[in-house]
Write a protein that binds this ligand. Sequence first.
Ligand SMILES: [Zn+2]
Length: 147
Amino acid sequence: MHERPGGPGTAGPAVRDAEISCRDGERYVSLVMMKHDQVEQARERVLQRLPDLRHIVRGSLFQRTIRHRQGCPKCEGGDGHPMWILTVGYPGGRTRQLSLRAEQVPQVRAWLANYRRSKAALEKLCELNQRLLRPESRAPRSREGRA
Ligand SMILES: [Zn+2]
């Protein structure tokens, strides 16, 4: 637990002891961290899986049935007219509703999925970048709990 890599630069006058134990404190935290080059590789993998950001849309898709009060045989027969709506929420509780043509629905579904995937990717990238802001782990890979 308290082994210290005897690498170059660790030897020094006794006055540096406080500095070293301080670094040891960081090292304890960094045991769970990836090496910075591993973080960068993970970041590249996330970027490669990032959806095409030209094909994203935010919101929720739902179906609503419009029923005419009179003069429409379809509605009088009880069917009504199913419509697809994309609802997009904004800060302050405002929402916008877009009615979609049926043939747009598969595309909107795919764009919503792309939005969710890109949002998850942004979160992942932010987490990885946090690791790059921390000191790099000097622990051997075997201490990471994985292979
Ligand atoms: Zn109708």
